[in-house]
Design a protein around this ligand. Sequence first.
Ligand SMILES: *[C@@H]1O[C@H](CO)[C@@H](O)[C@H](O)[C@H]1NC(C)=O
Ligand SMILES: *[C@@H]1O[C@H](CO)[C@@H](O)[C@H](O)[C@H]1NC(C)=O
Ligand SMILES: *[C@@H]1O[C@H](CO)[C@@H](O)[C@H](O)[C@H]1NC(C)=O
Ligand SMILES: *[C@@H]1O[C@H](CO)[C@@H](O)[C@H](O)[C@H]1NC(C)=O
Ligand SMILES: *[C@@H]1O[C@H](CO)[C@@H](O)[C@H](O)[C@H]1NC(C)=O
Ligand SMILES: *[C@@H]1O[C@H](CO)[C@@H](O)[C@H](O)[C@H]1NC(C)=O
Ligand SMILES: *[C@@H]1O[C@H](CO)[C@@H](O)[C@H](O)[C@H]1NC(C)=O
Ligand SMILES: *[C@@H]1O[C@H](CO)[C@@H](O)[C@H](O)[C@H]1NC(C)=O
Length: 451
Amino acid sequence: MILILILTAVNIYGLQIEDLVTYLPPFNMSDFNFSIYSGYLSITDSNQSFHYVFVQSQLNNLDNNVPLVLWLNGGPGCSSMIGFLQEIGPFVFLNDDDETLSYNEYSWNRAAHLLFLESPSGVGFSHNPLNITFNDSQTADHNLKVLQEFYSNYPEYQKNPLWLAGESYAGAYIPLLAQRIKKFNDLEVAVINLQGMMIGNGVTNLTHLPISQLIYQKQHQLLPPTFDISACEKNVTSEDCEDVNYDAWIITKRINPYDIYGYCYYEENELEDEEEWILHMKQFMMIHNDNIVKVTNHDLGVPCVQIDNIENYLNNQQVKQYLHVDESIQWFLCSKQHNKQFKYVSDPPLVMKVLQELLNYNLYNILLYNGDADSVVPWIDTMQALQKLQVTITEEWRPYYVKNNQLGGYTQGYSNKLRFVTVRGAGHMVPQNDRITAFYLFNQTLLGQAF
Ligand SMILES: *[C@@H]1O[C@H](CO)[C@@H](O)[C@H](O)[C@H]1NC(C)=O
Ligand SMILES: *[C@@H]1O[C@H](CO)[C@@H](O)[C@H](O)[C@H]1NC(C)=O
Ligand SMILES: *[C@@H]1O[C@H](CO)[C@@H](O)[C@H](O)[C@H]1NC(C)=O
Ligand SMILES: *[C@@H]1O[C@H](CO)[C@@H](O)[C@H](O)[C@H]1NC(C)=O
Ligand SMILES: *[C@@H]1O[C@H](CO)[C@@H](O)[C@H](O)[C@H]1NC(C)=O
Ligand SMILES: *[C@@H]1O[C@H](CO)[C@@H](O)[C@H](O)[C@H]1NC(C)=O
Ligand SMILES: *[C@@H]1O[C@H](CO)[C@@H](O)[C@H](O)[C@H]1NC(C)=O
Ligand SMILES: *[C@@H]1O[C@H](CO)[C@@H](O)[C@H](O)[C@H]1NC(C)=O
């Protein structure tokens, strides 16, 4: 018995030490009072392995009350390394053009441990050796297995309150993973201490999304007042509606869809070929018809978004060594699965169904937040979903204030531990656009405090 315990301990700490990150250029981790681990978590399903980065909190590490936050970026097919290096991590590229990392004063690890996962396994540095085509249900199964693998390697965090957070397509990943956790806990007597979820500009009803995008664009004068969107209001899956979308993308070509008042980075040739541009937008505006395989092959990068700094950084051999990732892999923001195509099938009706199921349990805090300058998953789309869910308003729409009592945005409280909040002037990547407000909302929510 004693022998087994010792062996287990050696094994556990062996893995942690192997994955310990000592240096993250230009930062020497010995200068900080928290550790970062990076490496792979493997599951036997199709021999997949998932790259993870675990960032310890700046709070006391022995305190089991410090929350653990699992962060997922969206896509589907985009890497959570942008969450780590651009949004909520301790070291970020503060400005689009920065070539070196800076310390992030508003890092979410000031309030929680952070686990970034490159999922599904075709994304970023993760391995999908059998080239499987992903779907929502199976991704949720995989994410649960990876989380269990994390706990078996880092058992000291098993008791900490767990929160799931992320943005965009993670609006599908997160509720589905939460549902898997609930089902697992029902069988195993609550071993995963899930407390809540925070979803930023998250997808809910993909079928409705194109309508919201068009209404939002009209409301913000990105389309001419005479622009007719009635074909989509009539039938969102019709070819006429598809044409309306294409026309809208051509008209709004140099507007950053993720941050309509922000800068749009582009290369001249990107905009010349209208058909290319439409294909490009189609992948990123998340237009899915039922059961259509979404093949992501992002030669053009994300429309209007500049991420050369992260791409250069993560493709640097020395950085790859520090992060203990497969050096033969070229990292892309959105896969391009290791120079192949990334395939994902969405199941649009599933997300709303699962969200309702989670709300019915009345067990988990759910925060839906939206940067109000995003046209990809506009705040009105989240509002539309809220109207369809069976919940009641318990606190009327009201402003909240941050940064010397300036307007932060608006919030509304609902039954079943649900809250909606907007972040004024922020785009799709809220924590990148407004670090102060995002951290404030995050910290208050973790602590169950009002804002
Ligand atoms: C980081 O700092 C430690 C302690 O000062 C030092 O021993 C180590 O060589 C440094 N690492 C690098 C890569 O500079
Ligand atoms: C997984 O990898 C192992 C070891 O390389 C191999 O023996 C096994 O056949 C693989 N499984 C599948 C499903 O490919
Ligand atoms: C770690 O350092 C930060 C920043 O200097 C400080 O706020 C925090 O209290 C420290 N944490 C611990 C556990 O000492
Ligand atoms: C997966 O795709 C890669 C690249 O196209 C190919 O080399 C490999 O053989 C494929 N693996 C399987 C199991 O089909
Ligand atoms: C998702 O993929 C799994 C594994 O390939 C398959 O068994 C399942 O039927 C798929 N689900 C849907 C909704 O397509
Ligand atoms: C999703 O949106 C479509 C299109 O507007 C609508 O027909 C459907 O009822 C919505 N589903 C839910 C669950 O709200
Ligand atoms: C919407 O358009 C699609 C594609 O043309 C068609 O299959 C479907 O029946 C239409 N739905 C309605 C309600 O007209
Ligand atoms: C998080 O919120 C608590 C309570 O509102 C506050 O005391 C604490 O200073 C906040 N943490 C940080 C890092 O700002």
